[in-house]
Structures are given as C-alpha cells and as structure tokens.
Design a protein around this ligand. Structure first.
Ligand SMILES: Nc1ncnc2c1ncn2[C@@H]1O[C@H](COP(=O)(O)OP(=O)(O)OP(=O)(O)O)[C@@H](O)[C@H]1O
Length: 213
C-alpha cells in the first residue's frame, strides 16, 4: 500500500521548547494509527502538524502529497474534543454553507443517528443553534461535527480526543458514528484511552519528543 502521510526529520518547537525531535514516520493508505503518551508529550501538537494548523520548525510533513496548509486542508477531516459549532442552523453547521443535495444530508444525519433528535425539533434541521447552543448535549454536538466530516468525505481522518468530554453512554453513540466515518479511510487518532484503539494497525507512543511503536 502506498504511503499517504509521512514525516522526514520532523521537528517542532514552541519558541525554545522543543516538542518533537527529528521524527521519521510513514502511514500507509487505509491504516488506523493510534497516538498515545503522557499529558504534554506533544500528541495534539503532532496532530496539528498533520492538519496543517502548525508548520514544522524543522524537516517535512506530507499529507496526501501536500505540504502546505492550503493543500492539506482539502485532504483531511478533523474531529476534535470540541465540536466548535457556529451560530448557524444545524444544516449550515453540517454543510458549512455548501450546496449539498438533501438526500446526502439525510444520509449523514441517519449515519450519525441524529435523525430522531432533529425530527423532534420544531424547526428540524433548520433549527438555529445560536441561542439554543446550551440545549445541545456534547454527544449531539460531536455527532454534528462527525456528520460534517462525513459530508466532506476526505480520505484522511484526524481525531483528537473526540470522546474525552462525554459520559460513558454518549461515548458509545459517538464511537458508533466515528466507526461509520472511518470506514475505508486512513485514520490518526490521538487519545488517552488505549481501549479506544482496539483493532488499530499501529499504536505510537510519544515520549520526550520521540516516537516509539
Ligand atoms: N501554543 C503553545 N505555546 C507554547 N507551548 C505550548 C503551546 N501549545 C502547547 N504547548 C506545550 O507543548 C507541549 C505539548 O502539548 P500538546 O498539547 O501537544 O500535548 P499533548 O500530549 O496533546 O497533551 P494532552 O494529552 O494533555 O492533551 C506541552 O508542554 C504544552 O504545554
């Protein structure tokens, strides 16, 4: 299988503080890779480098053949700890304002099991989330973020603790939705919970700026 994500002598520092030191790695198409390590070891920093949100201070990171933020952003979908919903309708939060066939929107709403909840709302998918944001549970918010990622249908899925703010029951629902999102994709998943990485192809531990498999 071809390599779709790689780093060559990849380093990253915040000012003088070196977080990642001269790392080399390669992730193949369709692989599921878990990233674990102590708090502060640099897991989120690594994911941000893969997402193009940070630029390496040394070496190269390449994602689906892209090394620039503009290139990378088109090739990845990211689900993070916070869904970061905008003061827009549910539909607009899922489509991000793109013109998408209704049938496709319905598909992702079903796949993330948001349909029952949305049907119960007076304005359905056109419900405005601005002032109602407080009435949305963390699990619903995360599933909206997952529906958004499904619609984008990028080949590479980056996950940063997508279930860490949820209770046990809600976590199960969100994990089911994530399973659907990850089908057939290349996945990099940062987590404190190795039990979420069952069935993954590889687990990388970040320690003192280096990778251990
Ligand atoms: N914007 C920033 N400026 C300076 N230092 C930062 C910044 N963001 C993170 N750091 C530091 O970089 C180190 C790595 O942070 P990072 O968030 O990548 O770790 P992590 O392994 O994801 O931690 P956690 O598991 O707690 O989320 C930490 O020591 C953190 O304090």
């Amino acid at each position: 299988m071809e390599t779709v994500i790689y780093g060559e002598n990849l380093s990253f520092s915040y000012k003088e503080k070196e977080i990642l030191k001269d790392i080399n790695f390669a992730i193949k198409k369709g692989e599921r890779v878990g990233i674990v390590g102590e708090s502060g070891s640099g897991k989120s920093t690594f994911l941000r480098l893969l997402a193009g949100l940070l630029s390496p201070t040394g070496g190269v990171v390449s994602v689906a053949g892209e090394t620039s933020a503009e290139g990378i952003i088109k090739k990845i979908s990211m689900v993070m700890q916070d869904a970061m919903l905008m003061p827009l309708t549910i539909k607009e939060n899922i489509t991000l304002g793109k013109d998408v066939p209704v049938s496709r929107i319905e598909e992702v709403i079903k796949a993330t099991k948001l349909d029952k909840w949305i049907d119960s709302l007076e304005y359905g998918i056109d419900t405005y989330l601005g002032d109602r944001a407080n009435e949305i549970s963390g699990g619903q918010a995360q599933r909206i973020a997952i529906a958004r990622a499904m619609l984008k249908d990028a080949d590479i899925i980056l996950l940063d603790e997508p279930t860490s703010s949820l209770d046990k029951e809600t976590t199960t629902e969100v994990l089911e939705a994530l399973d659907r999102l990850m089908e057939g994709k290349t996945v990099v998943h940062v987590t404190h919970h190795p039990d979420l990485l069952k069935g993954y192809d590889r687990i990388i531990t970040v320690k003192e700026g280096r990778f251990y498999e």
